[in-house]
Ligand binder design. Structure first.
Ligand SMILES: NC(=O)c1ccc[n+]([C@@H]2O[C@H](COP(=O)([O-])OP(=O)(O)OC[C@H]3O[C@@H](n4cnc5c(N)ncnc54)[C@H](O)[C@@H]3O)[C@@H](O)[C@H]2O)c1
Ligand SMILES: O=P(O)(O)OC[C@H](O)CO
Length: 334
């Protein structure tokens, strides 16, 4: 199996290292030629993963044709909102029977499509050739070889099992799942909930508040996921609660960090600047997740609040008051 990782940011680079460590022949595509050079010659990607030594076996290129030609597995490692444009550019060079793996955690704002749906639409591939990799996987920890597990979801179980072998190392353990919808909704919504946790910690609230946001965030994630067609068990797994806890708790999370700046009183622009323009997917996906909730008639108060803070100028303090001022209700309802 020959894999190509399209995108040499934090997660693309870490997952390319995983693939090589798993014994899979791997190329990584970087947009900038100088970055491809550095990965090839210095075995480093200091912009995204400073201090990490990449394996000698990892080949890097900035040529799309060179990267994609002959690849059996195309790993899509660019941000959600730019996946469509990037993939459109790559497609003329992708093999007819290639398998796609999406790493992106988001919902397209212009169409409300999940990333696997965007890939199927742009590539014309049947959904059985599109997989998703998602779990509690902060790139830096994986690149350091810290133990973690993930989920590889594909409607074609046999394809998921082949991918499982291609990504399996002594420190990175993939489980298979056929519930692509559950994994994708879990991955997209946890970024929004991590923004809320960041806001709370930025304000100075403690663990009770964070646990409340994580738990109620999981409740609204499950409501949406099930409405869209997911299995509830998936949300109790690595791509649901696992990723939610990791992202909401870790200072390494870009979404949580972005939210923390807002909680400390920064404007959106100041938060962007403070996080050096790094991609916090939830900032855009809170709009598309909220729109999906409206479409499926699902109540998502935390997502609503994050959306209003990020896009309607609501202050974090007013968002807190409005969340706590809602009518009281049972913990469990449909
Ligand atoms: N970083 C993590 O810990 C992590 C872990 C799991 C999943 N993810 C998900 O993986 C996806 C990629 O994340 P990442 O951390 O590698 O992001 P990143 O910002 O570190 O890197 C993004 C890569 O995409 C490239 N790119 C191509 N077109 C782009 C465009 N139009 N705008 C911006 N970048 C463009 C960039 O050059 C860069 O190489 C995201 O959806 C993220 O949610 C990230
Ligand atoms: O840094 P974040 O917030 O994009 O989160 C990274 C990963 O998705 C964690 O699994």
């Amino acid at each position: 199996m020959r894999a190509v990782v399209m995108g040499a940011g934090s997660w693309g680079t870490a997952i390319a290292k995983v693939l090589v460590d798993a014994g899979t022949e791997t190329t990584i595509w970087a947009r900038r030629p100088e970055l491809a050079e550095r990965i090839t010659h210095d075995h480093a990607n200091g912009d995204y993963l400073p201090g990490i030594t990449l394996p000698d076996g990892l080949r890097a290129t900035s040529s799309v044709v060179d990267a994609v030609t002959g690849a059996d597995v195309v790993v899509c490692a660019v941000p959600s909102q730019s996946l469509r444009a990037n993939l459109t550019e790559w497609m003329p060079h992708v093999a007819d029977d290639a398998t796609f793996v999406s790493l992106a955690k988001g919902v397209e704002t212009s169409t409300l499509l999940r990333m696997s749906e965007v890939i199927a639409e742009v590539s014309g591939a049947p959904v059985e050739r599109v997989a998703v990799l998602s779990g509690p996987n902060l790139a830096r920890e994986i690149a350091e070889g810290q133990p973690a597990a993930t989920v590889i979801a594909c409607r074609d179980e046999h394809r998921a099992q082949n991918l499982q072998q291609a990504f399996n190392t002594g420190y990175f353990r993939p489980y298979t799942n056929t519930d692509v919808v559950g994994c994708e909704i879990g991955g997209a919504v946890k970024n929004v909930i991590a923004l809320a946790c960041g806001m709370a910690s930025g304000v100075g609230f403690g663990q009770n508040t964070l646990a409340t946001i994580i738990t109620r965030g999981l409740a609204e994630t499950i409501r949406l996921a099930v409405a869209v067609g997911a299995q509830i068990e998936t949300l109790a797994g690595l791509a649901g609660v696992g990723d939610l806890v990791a992202t909401c708790s870790s200072p390494l999370s870009r979404n949580r960090t972005f939210g923390a700046h807002l909680g400390q009183g920064a404007t959106m622009q100041e938060a962007q600047e403070a996080t050096h323009g790094q991609v916090a997917e939830g900032v855009k996906s809170c709009s598309s997740v909220r729109a999906l909730a409206v479409k499926f008639d699902v109540e998502m108060p935390l997502t609503d609040a994050v959306h209003q803070v990020c896009h309607s100028g609501l202050s974090v303090a007013d968002a807190v008051s409005s969340l706590l001022g809602r009518r009281t209700k049972p913990e469990i309802y449909d």
